[in-house]
Design a protein around this ligand. Sequence first.
Ligand code: SF4
Ligand code: SF4
Length: 404
Amino acid sequence: MQQSDPLAPEHTRTAFSVDTKKTPRDSMARVIPIVPMSASETEVARQMQICNACRYCEGFCAVFPAMTRRLEFGKADVNYLANLCHNCGACYHACQYAPPHEFGVNVPKAMAEVRLETYTEYAFPASFGALYKRNGLTVSVALAAGLALFLLLGTALHGGLSGDVAPANFYATFPHNLLAAMFGIVFLFAILALGMGVTRFWRDVSAGTASASAPAVAEAARNALTLKYLDGGHGDGCNEENDTFTLARRRFHHLTFYGFILCFAATAVATLYHYAFGLEAPYPFLSVPVLLGTAGGIGLIAGPAGLLWLNLKRVPERGDARQRPMDRGFIALLLLTSTSGLALLALRTTSTMPSLLAIHLGIVMALFATLPYGKFAHGIFRSAALLKSSIEKRQRNTLSLGSD
Ligand code: SF4
Ligand code: SF4
């Protein structure tokens, strides 16, 4: 039985349900609080009720099959579905109930607004998430500039910018152990904050979900790594500025993601060389770390540049304008990281190397420090939502409606 104030605006109603099913060990009815939904979450729930009656978009992505397993949409359902959506736009461009229709169905926009709330709600610490949400681009650029300046000044105070260091000898400017300590702290912070965020998210959305089986994990990993749903469900891709399908977004995402992985692999191999084989940087152009870093850097220029281009020309009506500073802040840091890294590689034998190294390191530290609060967090939450989707579709559908 549910009770609430029916005259209050729907999204502000507080409600509770009384579980009257008593067990022999349960002599009193239990009161289960129901968390009130935000205006954005209520709007997604409203649109999902319409879509659940229509179901025209069932084949586009994982959102609609997950929707059909539900008759009602509570906060956890809405947060799960919002992170399963990747704003491909297919359901907006195909919808006969999109504005100016009185139903006003705009699923990508409604989902984007909820996603933005989840980034803040599940962020750790939450105050960092709120700051990044409001001023993502400013925070990113200011943090990168501040850290680069700090490292430049620190190096200058020790005479490290004089240009007298041996060509390409990074460790003469920043000793290896100092670098390992600086990046170890920032990296561990990013892992901790992302881990806390996704744990909170999973705890909220996974109620009623069975344990993950190996096939479900394998399918979710495959869907995440291949960006399966960016093919639009028909293989032709997403919509951007109009009804035309394009695979550009999928390709730019792949360039960005695998560029990032290659750069990370370059650092991991260099660490292995240093500690396991006693081989110290600088490494030749045709060595494994440099080849991996160069390929990754090129991917990290082409991918984010392409995503920025698509972001600028995408139909604005289907997105959440409040998310732009966050999106562009992340893209800006990726572009600054790759361009400064490749400039450092090209000029590492010149006298500008110490300054370029300090600038590059400041930017990379800013990138890692902000990973838990921007678009990167979307990738983590989305992977968790894909895992829930893969688990859920292996569970029996208890609705047993129609063709189910
Ligand atoms: S987005 Fe529109 S067309 Fe697609 S299922 Fe919902 S109501 Fe139907
Ligand atoms: S925008 Fe794309 S991913 Fe999101 S619900 Fe619509 S079809 Fe699915």
